[in-house]
Design a protein. Structure first.
Length: 130
């Protein structure tokens, strides 16, 4: 992780970084960091990741459905980038599974992904890329 207390388990309040490096995960807002997942603690908790790929997948779950807003390069995700689990730039997470966030029709490029949680309780386990 690019920010926060490295290796620490438990609740942390992450500050949004000024500079984002490629292939480094950053968090913003309150997150409970556990060995296998990170859980959002408040509305507006954010994940930031600069990646080089055509596709981005996330394994996540929530006890109560959590809506996510997805941004690419600071803008609401467009149909050119939207994965099959997005509707109007939003994902609904509840079931423990893989969510298809980005399926870039333009190909394998570098972009900054932001995932903003509308509620606490989002548990993020991993990201994969294609």
């Amino acid at each position: 992780m690019g920010n926060g207390q490295s290796g620490a388990i438990g609740v942390q309040d992450f500050k949004e970084p000024g500079g984002i490096k490629t292939n480094i995960l950053y968090l913003a807002g309150g997150w409970d960091i556990q060995k296998e997942y990170a859980e959002s603690q408040a509305k507006g908790a954010k994940i930031i990741f600069r990646y080089q790929a055509q596709k981005v997948f996330m394994v996540a779950r929530a006890d109560q459905e959590v809506n996510l807003t997805i941004l690419i390069d600071g803008e609401p995700i467009s149909a050119v980038f939207a994965g099959s689990d997005l509707v109007d730039g939003q994902a609904k997470v509840k079931t423990d599974r893989l969510y298809r966030l980005v399926e870039d029709l333009a190909g394998h490029n570098e972009h900054t992904l932001e995932i903003i949680s509308a509620a606490p309780g989002l548990q993020i386990f991993t990201f994969t890329f294609g």
